[in-house]
Design a protein around this ligand. Sequence first.
Ligand code: COA
Length: 295
Amino acid sequence: MDKQYSKPMFNGNELNDKVIVVTGGGSGLGKAMATYFLKLGAKVVITSRNLEKLKATATEMEAETGGRVLPLSCDVRKYDEVEAMLDETIKTFGTVNGLLNNAAGNFISPTERLSANAFDTVIDIVLKGSKNCTLAFGKYWIKNKIQATVLNIVTTYAFTGSAYVVPSATAKAGVLAMTRSLAVEWAKYNIRMNAIAPGPFPTKGAWDRLLPGDLKDKFDISKKVPLKRVGEHQELANLAAYLMSDFSAYINGEVITIDGGEWLQGAGEFNMLEEIPSQLWDMLEVMIRSKNKKE
Ligand code: COA
C-alpha cells in the first residue's frame, strides 16, 4: 500500500513569510518539524541548552533544505534567556511570527520517589518554559502589531492524566489550559494559539527516558494503538506545518490529537470486546435476542 502519510503534505513555499522559533529544535520531533518548516520556505531558529549540538544540527538542516537556520542557546526555564533569544532572532531575521513550544523534559518514575526538585524540573521546562516563551513573544507581537501563531506540543495524557509521568501530565495540562485561554484573549491581536497532542512517535530522547532498556521490548506500544502502528515523524510535521501556515487561519484554541486512536482505546468502557472473535458474536447475538423476547 502506498504510504501517503509518510510524504510531505505541502511541497511549495507555504511558509515563505514565516520566521519560526522551535524550542528543543535540535533533535527528535522538534528537529523533524523544523526541517519541514525550512523546506516550505520558513526561516527557522532552533533552541536548546546544548549550543554545540545545535550548531551541528543547523548546518545539517541547511545542507538538506537550502534554508536559513539560526541555532541559539536558551534554557526556556529562564525568562532572561528567553528574552535574549527573542532579541537575537529579531536581530538576525528582522522579525518573528511563529513559536513552536516543543522543548520538554520527562522521565518515568513512581511519584513518591521524586524529589521536590525533580518534580519542579519537569514543571519548569514544560509549563514555565512554554509560559516564558509565549509571554515574551506575545508582548513583542502585541507591541509591534505582528500577526502570529503559537503551536504547543502537549500530549493525550494532558486530558486524561497518566500514572508514572505525573509532573509531565500536570505541566502539559497547564499548557493546554494556557492554549485555550490565550486563544480567546489574544485573538484580538491576531495571535492564534493551538496545540497538538501526539501519541507514540518514537524518538531516542523520549524513548530512552520513557521506555528504557528492556521495557521497549516488553511493551509493544503499537499494540495499544487501534491502527496498530506508531506515528511517523513526517505525519506530525505535516500537521504542524498546516497549523503554522495561514491555511489554518480559522483554527484557534484547538488541540488536535494525532495518536491513531490510542487514548480512546484506553477510555471506552467496552473497548475490550475487540478481543471477541467474529464466530462468538453469532452466539452472543442469539443470547441477547433470546433475552429480549422474554422481557
Ligand atoms: N528519577 C528520579 N529523579 C530524577 C531522575 C529519575 N530518572 N532523573 C533526574 N531526576 C532528578 C535529579 O536527581 C534532580 O533532582 P535532585 O536535585 O533532587 O537530585 C532533578 O531530577 C533534576 O535533574 P537534573 O539532571 O539536575 O536536571 P536537568 O535539567 O539536567 O535534566 C531532565 C532535566 C531530568 C528532565 C532530563 O531528563 C532532561 O534534560 N530532559 C530533556 C529531554 C527530554 O526529557 N526529552 C524527552 C521529552 S518527552
